[in-house]
Design a protein around this ligand. Structure first.
Ligand code: ZN
Length: 59
């Protein structure tokens, strides 16, 4: 199972069932992509990259 998912803002793209503690937020740079991170991803500080603007971050 992936720890981090991204999808377009407002997308209805289905997500797999995600564990408790998962958060989702819009890309802090472009606001066009929704970033979905599991608790585990945050604990491990797994990096993510926004496919829209290439912003990377653990935040
Ligand atoms: Zn972005």
């Amino acid at each position: 199972m992936k720890l981090t998912y991204t999808r377009a803002k407002g997308s209805n793209e289905p997500l797999p069932q995600l564990p408790q503690g998962t958060v989702n937020f819009l890309c802090p740079q472009c606001g066009q992509m929704e970033i979905i991170r599991t608790l585990r991803a945050r604990k491990m500080a797994t990096k993510y990259t926004c496919p829209s603007c290439n912003f990377t971050g653990p935040n």
